[in-house]
Structures are given as structure tokens and as C-alpha cells.
Design a protein around this ligand. Structure first.
Ligand code: NAP
Ligand code: F7E
Length: 342
């Protein structure tokens, strides 16, 4: 606490969730510290509007660090003295985790151990949120999946998240630390990274609508996901840290839809008929192991956190498609046209 204000530390602040969470906490008058990593281009597009947050000083601070570097993590903990830690940083792309498995394991898995060790040393009274994932369920053992469903991860990313999740739970038990894990199912928004399927589809639709692209190339259209709306999911993270006791919570809509359904709905929203004419299949986008079906049961979150998903599939597709159509930036779209997606 500083001058009666809570202090939050967010890793992954430059990502989709980190940007919404920073916004949410700043509105609640938190002092927010974010860990960013050095890149050849300054990568704070999603949070730059928060750097001059209105009529406040001492609101948002960014620090260079890396989840693969324990020295930088320890320094940030010691310097910022957080009350709440939101560990959202990760190499978060499942397909890419097959290409860089060791790196993904280091950042998405061992990175969490580094964060927990820093907490134990410098912030043992703080509350910690770990970004766990429905990818831990992998080839699912039951449907819908809840907090007790056994894990069966299928990718280096999923396996790293299982390691992170189990480590977080054991640190909670062993050291009596306040650590809660949110097992979040897919959640999307206009700020979603461009190489995740929903964003790729709506951007492709906008380009086709603008006549800049003939076809949208995708991978496995039959995979099914439980897609929710990211701004609602970051509120659930905060609610988890408001509880008397730490625990784990599934956050999901309880609906599952295929990639094909998402694609069809997005084309329809843009007023493009016969969407199949514009779709191509490219095997490059298939994964060595696929997770075919995810569908979450968020009953515990509904009961304990009083959290409910408001935005369901159809509205989510509309929000994302409308955003792309309204923000048609011809120059950017032309650049995108030549970009390789995964
Ligand atoms: P995202 O948009 O990919 O953001 C990932 C963040 O992690 C970015 O800020 C990224 O920084 C940072 N990061 C990557 N490597 C790092 C490293 N070595 N050290 C420090 N920071 C690093 O992911 P998201 O969708 O917001 O997801 C947030 C978290 O929730 C992730 O842990 C993800 O695995 C998990 N999750 C996401 C979903 C989902 O559907 N979105 C579902 C379940 C769990 P740069 O900007 O520099 O790349
Ligand atoms: O793939 C299929 C693909 O990359 C969804 C991350 O946030 O959610 C996300 O992981 C599905 C898969 O997300 C393409 O095979 C078809 O079945 O959008 P995605 P994801 O792998 O579900 C979980 C919960 C996380 O934790 C992760 O961090 O779509 N698919 N065609 C495609 N996927 C991509 N990326 N590109 C395609 O062209």
C-alpha cells in the first residue's frame, strides 16, 4: 500500500489481458506496475493510452524484465512491494509452442516458479493470481470441464501451464501463500493477438470485404472452443483475489462452437455471402497434436465469485467483426496481406 492505495504488479501487461486488467485496476485507483520485455520495437500499443491516465500521477509504471530472468523479477518485487501480483506473462501461442518448446517451457512454466520464489522472499503477504489455461485439459477426460477434471495437456504450452499450475498450488499449500489460479477458457477481443484464430478470421473478413484479399487460409475448422469476452474475464481475476481463501476457478461461458461456425458467423456479419468460396485450408496451421473440444463449467465461479459471462458467442463474433470493419486501415491491411500467420 502507498498512501492508502493498493499496489498491483502485472506481468504480461502489454498483452490482451494485461491491458484490460491494467485499465480495470487503474479505474479502481490502484498503483499499477507492469513488467515489459525489451523488443526491437517498443511494444506497448495496447497500453499506451494508459500512460497518461487522466488526472493522476503515480499511476502506471513500466519496468524492463523477463520471466526467464530471475534477477529482474526479484528486483521488481523488491522495488515495487506489491499487494497483488497478476502473473499473465507467457509465450501463449499453442502452435508456436511446438516450434519453440524449450523456450515456452522456460517462460510459461519455469517463469512461474521464478515469480513464486520472488513472492516467497519479497512479498509473502501479497495475493498472487496465476493465469492457468483450459489447454491443461487437452484431450479432455470429461465434458464440460471443471476444477476437478484431470489434466491431459497435448502441447508444450499446455504442459508448461500444468507445471505452472501445480507449482502454484503446491506453493500455496507448502508456504501458506495466497495464490489463486484462474483456469480460463479462450477469451477474445479486438485486442487479441493477430495470429490467434478469431482475430485472424475477423481481419481476413475485413480484408476480403475491402477487396484486399481473395482467400482466408485456415487450419483445422472442426476444432471447438468455449470463447468468451476478455474484459469480463479480467474482472474474474480480480474477484479471485477478493476472497477470504485462495482457490482455483474455471472461467468459461459453457458454450462450445467450432472454428467453422466462427468463420461462418463473421462472414455473415460482414454481409458476405457464400463464405466457403473465400476459405482455403493450409496444413501449416494444423498442430502436431490438436485439442478437439473445450467446454467449461464455471459453476464454482458463479457461486463463489458471483461472476457470470455476459457476452456469448454470437455477440463476441459481432463485436470483433464490427471492430475490424470500422477500423479498416487500408495501409495496415495491405501490410497484413503479405504477413505469414500461424
Ligand atoms: P498475450 O496477448 O499473448 O500476452 C502475453 C504477454 O506475455 C505479453 O505481454 C508478452 O509480452 C508477455 N511475455 C511473453 N514472453 C514473456 C517473457 N519472456 N517475459 C515477460 N513477459 C513475456 O496473452 P493473453 O491472451 O493476454 O493471455 C494472458 C495470460 O493468460 C497468458 O499467460 C496466457 O497463456 C493465459 N491464457 C490466455 C487465454 C486466452 O484465451 N487469451 C486463456 C487461458 C490462459 P510482449 O507483448 O512483449 O510479447
Ligand atoms: O486456436 C484452430 C486451432 O490459436 C484455436 C491461447 O490463448 O486459448 C488459446 O489457444 C483453434 C485451434 O487458440 C487456425 O487448431 C484453425 O484448435 O486461436 P487459437 P488456442 O490454441 O485455443 C487457450 C485457452 C490458451 O491458453 C492459449 O494461450 O483454432 N485453428 N485454423 C487455427 N488457429 C490458429 N491460430 N490459426 C489458424 O489459422
Amino acid at each position: 500500500m502507498k498512501n492508502g492505495r493498493k499496489i498491483a504488479l502485472i506481468t504480461g501487461i502489454s498483452g490482451q489481458d494485461g491491458s484490460y486488467l491494467a485499465e480495470f485496476l487503474l479505474k479502481k485507483d490502484y498503483i499499477v506496475h507492469g513488467l515489459i520485455r525489451r523488443a526491437s520495437t517498443f511494444n506497448i500499443e495496447r497500453i499506451k493510452h494508459l500512460l497518461n491516465y487522466p488526472h493522476q500521477d503515480e499511476k502506471l509504471f513500466l519496468h524492463y524484465g523477463d520471466l526467464s530472468d530471475s534477477g529482474s523479477i526479484n528486483d521488481i518485487f523488491a522495488k515495487t512491494e506489491p499487494d497483488e501480483i497478476y502473473n499473465l506473462g507467457a509465450q501463449s501461442h499453442v502452435r508456436v509452442s511446438f516450434d519453440v518448446p524449450e523456450y515456452t517451457t522456460d517462460v510459461t512454466g519455469t517463469g512461474v516458479l521464478r515469480m513464486l520464489e520472488a513472492m516467497r522472499r519479497y512479498a509473502s503477504k501479497a495475493k498472487f493470481y496465476q493465469a492457468s489455461s483450459s489447454e491443461m485439459f487437452g484431450k479432455v477426460k470429461e465434458t464440460p470441464q471443471n476444477e476437478l477434471t484431470p489434466f491431459n495437456a497435448q502441447s508444450p504450452y499446455g504442459i508448461a501451464k500444468v507445471f505452472a499450475h501445480e507449482t502454484a498450488c503446491r506453493y500455496r499449500d507448502a508456504y501458506g501463500l495466497f495464490i489463486s489460479c484462474g483456469i480460463l477458457f479462450n477469451h477474445e477481443s479486438s485486442r487479441r493477438g493477430e495470429n490467434f484464430v478469431t482475430k485472424k478470421i475477423v481481419q481476413g473478413v475485413a480484408q476480403i470485404k475491402a477487396g484486399l484479399q481473395d482467400k482466408l487460409y485456415l487450419g483445422n475448422l472442426s476444432a471447438k472452443r468455449d470463447w468468451g469476452y476478455a474484459p469480463e474475464y479480467v474482472k474474474a481475476m480480480w474477484l479471485m483475489l477478493r476472497q477470504k481463501k485462495p482457490s482455483d476457478f474455471v472461467i468459461a461461458t459453457g458454450e462450445t462452437h467450432s472454428v467453422k461456425e466462427f468463420t461462418e458467423a463473421a462472414f455473415k456479419r460482414a454481409g458476405i455471402k457464400n463464405y466457403k468460396n473465400y476459405i482455403g485450408i493450409d496444413k501449416r496451421y494444423y498442430r502436431p497434436n490438436e485439442v478437439n473440444l473445450l467446454c467449461g463449467d464455471a459453476s464454482k465461479a458463479k457461486k463463489v465469485l458471483k461472476w457470470r459471462p455476459k457476452t456469448k458467442f454470437a455477440e463476441l463474433v459481432n463485436i470483433m467483426t464490427d471492430f475490424e470493419l470500422e477500423n479498416l486501415d487500408i495501409k495496415k491491411l495491405s501490410e497484413l496481406k503479405n504477413k505469414t500467420h500461424v
